[in-house]
Design a protein around this ligand. Structure first.
Ligand code: HSE
Length: 412
């Protein structure tokens, strides 16, 4: 059986390397007589590559070769990747991808085509890099009704927050450091503004709850607004700030999905996840809380997940795996402001005791947080849990109190 790889970047080159490095055991596990790389698609030239005879710039060479049964897509982006993957599935080839943007936006449609053509569309590497999470949800935890899934799904932002928490580094400094180390892109928008985490939680929520969650419907906040004082207040409260992506079932027809910085208690399993590591907590009704932890990005960890999918696709050549989700109705994602949560609020007050009285009158008791070296007029506190929109509207327009930041407080 022959395989092709489209996109020879970080992940694609890792896939090629792994296919050669562990060739014999991969062939054995795939239950095929052979599993060989036939083509690598890339618009760039790699004259010194040991695989230089495999390169092509023409997608149609792969599409029209009947010997190629499995194609790996590690190009990224949606435009070309979507067009190519759709054509490959329609041509009866299985596709394995690490492209979270593609799966989050077009997963339902591509899974439908795969089903119709009796081939597989697999994407273990799209969430959590080398962490096994797609198969555990769809197979190992299949007996559970999953009520909630939450996690740290972006390594770059977790690295930046870790630097802020442990070294008191400023956001800009930590971002620059992450760029120097190659974690963050030159344009770090997708990571720091939460879009990468959003795409990943969309995929996980679609799998857990059975209907496609589209990124445009998810309330997404990044970490640009987090200051070192917020980090210090989180420590005074007894925890840390993490960029948490979460999805929770309300009922069969509705879920909430959010991405945003969150206060996480120090004893939570997510609090100790530092640097570029990712962790995902799944709450099942039979298994309870299960946490998956590991390297969420990087060449070889991600290649590990891609090649595992190649092996699985090879094992299931004549059988489509029962794997996928339905499309969702318009109002499937509930308004995040109706979600119940405690909130951390930091603001400035002309007269702190008057402001506290006014806040108490509107939302009841609050827990005031104190840190050393805070400005005299700063007031930071934690509310009791209530629908977020209710808290926000009640504390808005309090005379003499201006809000500087609001962060959700998790219960895990
Ligand atoms: N930019 C992503 C991260 C890469 O930092 O986690 C893996 O999706």
């Amino acid at each position: 059986m022959f395989v092709a790889v489209m996109g020879y970047g970080t992940v694609g080159s890792g896939v090629v390397e792994l296919l050669y490095k562990n060739h014999d055991s991969i062939v054995k596990k795939s239950m095929q007589d052979s599993l060989e790389l036939k083509y690598i698609l890339d618009i760039r030239d790699f004259p010194n590559s040991p695989y230089k005879d495999k390169f092509t710039k023409d997608f149609n060479v792969i599409l029209n070769d009947p010997d190629v049964k499995i194609v790996v897509e590690t190009m990224g982006g949606v435009t070309f990747a979507y067009d190519f993957v759709k054509k490959l599935l329609l041509a009866g080839k299985s596709v394995v991808t690490s492209n979270k943007e593609l799966v989050a936006q077009k997963g339902y449609e591509l899974l439908c085509i795969a089903k119709e053509k009796n081939v597989n569309f697999l994407f273990e590497a799209s969430v959590g890099g080398g962490i096994p999470i797609i198969r555990p949800i769809t197979q190992c935890l299949a007996a559970n009704e999953i009520n909630e899934i939450a996690g740290i799904l972006n390594g770059t932002t977790n690295y930046i927050l870790t630097k802020m928490i442990t070294e008191n580094a400023y956001f800009d400094e930590a971002l620059k450091n992450a760029q120097e180390l190659g974690y963050a892109e030159k344009d770090p928008t997708a990571d720091v503004d939460g879009h990468d985490s959003c795409r990943k939680i969309c995929i996980l929520a679609s799998l857990c709850f059975g209907k496609h969650v589209y990124p445009d419907n998810v309330h997404t906040e990044g970490i640009r607004n987090i200051s070192l004082r917020d980090v210090a207040y989180a420590a005074a409260w007894g925890g840390v700030i993490k960029l948490i992506a979460s999805a929770k079932k309300i009922n069969e027809n509705s879920i909430t999905v959010t991405v945003g910085p969150s206060f996480v208690q120090a004893h939570s399993q997510l609090a100790g996840v530092d640097d570029v590591f990712n962790a995902i907590l799944v709450r099942g009704d039979a298994a309870g809380d299960v946490v998956f932890y590991g390297r969420g990005a990087g060449k070889m960890p991600t290649a590990s997940a891609v090649v595992a999918d190649v092996i699985d696709a090879a094992k299931h050549t004549l059988k489509k795996k029962n794997f996928g989700w339905d499309d969702a109705e318009e109002n499937y994602i509930a308004d995040y402001l109706k979600q119940t949560s405690a909130l951390y609020i930091r603001g400035t007050a002309d007269d702190k005791s008057e402001a506290v009285k006014a806040i108490n009158a509107r939302i009841g008791a609050i827990r005031i947080l104190n840190i050393a070296d805070a400005p005299e007029n700063e007031l930071a506190f934690i509310t009791n849990p209530a629908p977020e929109g209710e808290i926000r509207s009640k504390i808005n327009n309090i005379n003499g109190f201006g809000i500087n930041n609001i962060i959700r407080v998790t219960d895990y």
